[in-house]
Ligand binder design. Sequence first.
Ligand SMILES: Cc1cc2nc3c(=O)[nH]c(=O)nc-3n(C[C@H](O)[C@H](O)[C@H](O)COP(=O)(O)O)c2cc1C
Length: 181
Amino acid sequence: MGKKIVVITGSPRKKGNSFAMTEAFIQAAEAKGHTVTRFDAAMKQVGGCHACETCFKSGKACSFDDDFNEIAPAVLEADAVVFSTPVYWYSIPAQIKGVIDKLYSFCVAGKEIGGKECAVIACCEEEDMTVLDGVRIPIERSAALLKWHMAGEVLIPGVLNIGDIEKTDGCAQAAALADRI
Ligand SMILES: Cc1cc2nc3c(=O)[nH]c(=O)nc-3n(C[C@H](O)[C@H](O)[C@H](O)COP(=O)(O)O)c2cc1C
């Protein structure tokens, strides 16, 4: 049966490496009958968590109303959440980190959010796979805390410029990820 998948991206480069993998994943997922809701965090406005702990009290996930409140209902309903992002400074880019931080709203409000599938698609310039740990580890640990199951990871090192992903099997791996959800 088709699942509801939320894909959250972190790159500001629309023709970049992680977007190419994102598109390969989405195409494969939709071909399998899944419904994909995509949220390009870098093209949205999502601030950091204020830790005010008033989440959902006004009806909206975040009281500091920003574009997180667009995606929050879809995340709540989703069967799977896929994060697709480059590595910035050995870590998660600010644009998508705001979305990840605001997942805290579901915990504060006691929302039933466990049991989802989770996956990560990530890339970086350096050839060293441990550079990807800065994205992989926080997502794996966050998924564990949320009681989400890691369905798969596509981790592609050695890509810097737009188009570099085509010299790797990153898009093929991203498409194959759809089989694991
Ligand atoms: C602000 C910034 C910080 C970056 N930091 C790293 C880094 O710490 N390690 C690394 O290997 N690549 C780093 N990169 C390179 C990107 O991860 C790489 O170019 C990636 O392919 C970009 O993905 P995109 O095309 O989807 O935006 C950085 C790029 C930018 C713009």
